[in-house]
Write a protein that binds this ligand. Structure first.
Ligand code: HEC
Ligand code: HEC
Length: 366
């Protein structure tokens, strides 16, 4: 396999850790209160239900039932399992699921509370597959982060090491992946090392692309059918105006995206801190359409460690009305549409500009 031959799995985690545990059938662990129905099941469905279905789920026995959790137990900066004690003085651990866990007839969701598991409940541990160097780098970065007092927690710091590749097949576009494998570029300013340049043959690139796609047998369904009615000039203007507001919002450095995200790749000689996030203007050709919308809806339902919060809490007040005065749902849809069509938007912006010959703040893409 190309992955082992080139040692890709030294840096990259391919599959997260897995614990099997038992619990009293009569007293299954109680999942956290489900949030709004919208943020609940969908993202998880996309990013892992195939695996969940394939795994043995709790088969009720007389007294005990069994569960399987895939993800990452909470650890401190030095890599030690975070520990508490349960009512019987057993060591108690906290497991962050990366896929929804079935406990009894309920589902423990991803991206919310960690699942408490006491030591005697654990019946098996399968360590994570790959990512040994990422773990070592994590330890080193943790030392720096603490010494330099960066405002980054043990969970978010995982965003500063080579990323896990378990979702690559559903996250990125095939054309982007092929180009990246031939010529890696920097994505996350927070990661202090670059993906090495390999001289991969065309056949090796094919194999890798097949591999990433096969890890996900189930491709996500688009959330809203994108079939668009032909639009009149007025509707086009209206849509364009919404995208303009969305553009303000993604550049907003007070409350929204611009707080963490950059808009151009890191320049040479520029040093990024562990809490700087990827440039958003390339997302339209890097990520899959559905992934963008699911990610913006609830990032921690996909990568529970990420620093990125829910920016558009469904059914609540917008975080800030002054930038784009609309309910969070509408804000989110406009932002997602903008990210998915950033190139087209910039061209249109140039086109609609009352003074096309005048000053432009952003260059349209050729
Ligand atoms: C020395 C460590 C290292 C090795 C070995 C390595 N990578 Fe990477 N890789 C990285 C880093 C670091 C990044 C993240 C770059 C960024 O986000 O700026 C990355 C990113 C990636 C991405 C893009 C992830 C995304 O977010 O879309 C893919 C795909 C990838 N690597 C595949 C591979 C493959 C395939 C191999 C083996 C041929 C490999 N890597 C070997 C360090 C490594
Ligand atoms: C608190 C910091 C923070 C805020 C605020 C934030 N993000 Fe993020 N975002 C991140 C981090 C960190 C990542 C990288 C995740 C990873 O490691 O893959 C990210 C990743 C992304 C990605 C995927 C980029 C890629 O190429 O993989 C998109 C799209 C995105 N954010 C959109 C947004 C939007 C839209 C907003 C505002 C509505 C926003 N983010 C606000 C921290 C933030």
């Amino acid at each position: 396999m190309v992955i082992e031959r080139h040692g890709c799995d030294r840096c990259h985690m391919l599959h997260p850790e897995k614990w099997t545990f038992r619990y009293l059938t009569e007293e299954p662990p109680e999942p956290p209160i489900a949030p709004q129905p919208e943020t609940q099941a969908q993202p998880q469905d996309i990013v892992g239900s195939a695996q969940v279905r394939g795994e043995p789920v709790s088969a009720p026995l007389s007294v005990f039932s069994f569960g399987v959790v895939v993800g990452r137990p909470q650890r401190d900066f030095s890599g030690r399992l975070l520990e508490d004690v349960d009512d019987w003085d057993n060591p108690l651990y906290f497991f962050e699921p990366w896929r929804p866990v079935r406990v009894g007839n309920k589902i423990w969701p991803v991206g919310q509370a960690a699942l408490p598991i006491a030591k005697p409940q654990i019946t098996g541990i399968t360590p994570q597959d790959g990512g040994e160097w990422a773990n070592q780098l994590y330890g080193r970065l943790a030392e720096y982060a603490q010494r330099l007092t960066f405002n980054v927690g043990p969970s978010e710091l995982w965003g500063a090491v080579p990323p896990p590749l378990c979702y690559e097949g559903v996250a990125v576009q095939e054309a982007w992946l092929r180009a990246f494998l031939r010529r890696p570029v920097s994505i996350r300013p927070a990661v202090p090392l670059a993906m090495p340049l390999y001289e991969l043959s065309a056949q090796e690139v094919d194999r890798l692309v097949d591999y990433f796609q096969a890890v996900h047998s189930m491709m996500p369904e688009p959330e809203e059918p994108v079939a668009r009615q032909p639009e009149g000039a007025a509707q086009q203007q209206e849509r364009f105006r919404r995208l303009e507001l969305a553009e303000k919002l993604i550049h907003d450095t007070k409350t929204y995206c611009g707080k963490c995200h950059r808009f151009a790749a890191v320049g040479a000689g520029e040093l990024a801190t562990p809490n700087e996030a990827p440039a958003l203007d390339e997302v339209y050709r890097r990520l899959q359409v559905t992934y963008i919308s699911e990610w913006v809806k609830n990032p921690r339902a996909i990568l529970p460690y990420t620093a990125m919060p829910i920016n558009f809490p469904p059914g609540e007040e917008p975080l800030d009305r002054s930038v784009f005065d609309a309910p969070p749902d509408q804000q989110r849809q406009a932002v997602v549409e903008l990210l998915q069509n950033y190139d087209r938007y910039l061209r249109q912006k140039y086109h609609f500009s009352p003074d096309a010959s005048g000053e432009r703040t952003t260059e349209p893409r050729p």
